[in-house]
Design a protein around this ligand. Structure first.
Ligand code: ATP
Length: 346
């Protein structure tokens, strides 16, 4: 808790569409009287342009101090340049568990109705360990790392999470038929945690290529997905496509101390600065953050604010108020205003 009954939370607006969608979230939080005070810090291109490191020490220290952050997308150059801010943050703060709820929304019609999935992604190792070598001019390699401690840790986290949320089934997507050692270890750890501690939760394993096919045929056969790092990244976007795209899928990264909330989408340079980005994914991430503050700090006001904001965006969508990615014609600000106009009275 912090000054005058507000929770101090780090806000990193990020790059590309980040500042636009962050502003929208700020406006909605102010209108909803969410008890949050933003401590704004930079990372990514915004930090480099200000003459700072891509992940400045002050930003990291602020998150360590407040233990909660809302982060806009940070651009990662393809093929060259600095290490991804997202990867660095997850490693430095040991944010080992990513949670991405993928749910159908009112008024957003897609191929499937009533999609309700939760993607749990191991966030610290796999092919994102960043160990890449140039063997010769023409031969490069990338190391996929799996450790028993990290695989067991995410398995515990996943089964505990599923139990708390009263979810019925966990499915691991893997490629252990090819990557026998790394994915094999991931499977062994998940199986062991299931068998020894959580036999009441249904547990399944699916080879990832077949799993992706099954997912787009009928997502209702899945409930909670548990994936190593790269698979979690790819399958998150696949599943976002089931419910309306990247504009509507939120996310959170948890460690034992800190939690960083961020949309699944990236900085979307193709639409940056045009005022047309959908702020919903970041707003939904911010609502997850309010629920986290309510659960960890016992502040009922956060829960109330989260519920009012959710009611308002559900109503806005049901009323056909949508940004372009969802087939509507509203800009970022107009959509934020449509949400504010529908906030239930306190
Ligand atoms: P990264 O590599 O940073 O993860 P990405 O490759 O996933 O990024 P995004 O930046 O997420 O790419 O964008 C992918 C596509 O989705 C783009 O065409 C972009 O315009 C669209 N998109 C992403 N987020 C939004 C949003 N909030 N509103 C509207 N369109 C979006």
């Amino acid at each position: 808790m912090a000054t005058q009954g507000f929770h101090e939370v780090v806000l990193i607006p990020g790059d590309g569409i980040g500042p636009e969608v962050s502003d929208a979230v700020r406006r909605i939080f102010a209108a909803a009287a969410a008890p949050v005070h933003w401590d704004e810090h930079v990372a990514g291109i915004a930090a480099i342009e200000g003459g700072l490191d891509v992940l400045p020490a002050a930003t990291l220290e602020a998150i360590e101090r407040h233990q909660v952050a809302l982060k806009g997308p940070c651009t990662t150059p393809v093929g060259e340049g600095f290490t991804s801010v997202n990867v660095q943050l997850r490693k430095r703060l040991n944010l080992y568990a990513a949670v991405r709820p993928v749910r159908s929304l009112p008024g957003v019609s897609t191929r499937f109705e009533n999609v309700d999935l939760i993607i749990l992604r191991e966030n610290t190792e796999g092919l994102y360990s960043g160990v890449e070598n140039q063997l010769t001019n023409d031969v490069v390699m990338s190391m996929k790392v799996a450790t028993k401690s990290a695989c067991t840790r995410i398995s515990h986290w996943a089964f505990r999470f599923a139990t708390q949320r009263r979810r019925k089934k966990i499915t691991v997507f893997h490629k252990a038929n090819i990557m026998k050692l790394t994915d094999g270890l991931f499977l062994r750890c998940a199986r062991s945690v299931h068998q020894t501690e959580y036999p009441n939760i249904d547990y399944q394993e699916t080879i990832i290529d077949a799993g992706c096919m099954k997912m787009v045929q009928d997502p209702s056969q899945f409930d909670v997905l548990l994936l190593e790092n790269l698979y979690g990244d790819v399958v998150s976007d696949l599943c976002a496509g089931l419910v309306g795209g990247l504009g509507v899928v939120p996310g959170a990264n948890f460690g034992d101390v800190a939690a960083v909330f961020e949309a699944v989408h990236g900085s979307a340079p193709d639409i940056a600065g045009k005022g047309i980005a959908n702020p919903l994914a970041l707003l939904m991430s911010a609502v997850m953050m309010l629920n986290h503050l309510s659960a960890t700090r016992g502040d009922e006001r956060c829960k109330v604010a989260a519920e009012r904001i959710k009611t308002a965006y559900d109503q806005a969508l049901a009323d056909g108020q949508k940004t372009r990615d969802l087939g509507g014609d509203l800009g970022t600000d107009a959509f934020a205003q449509a949400i504010n106009d529908r906030l239930p009275p306190l």
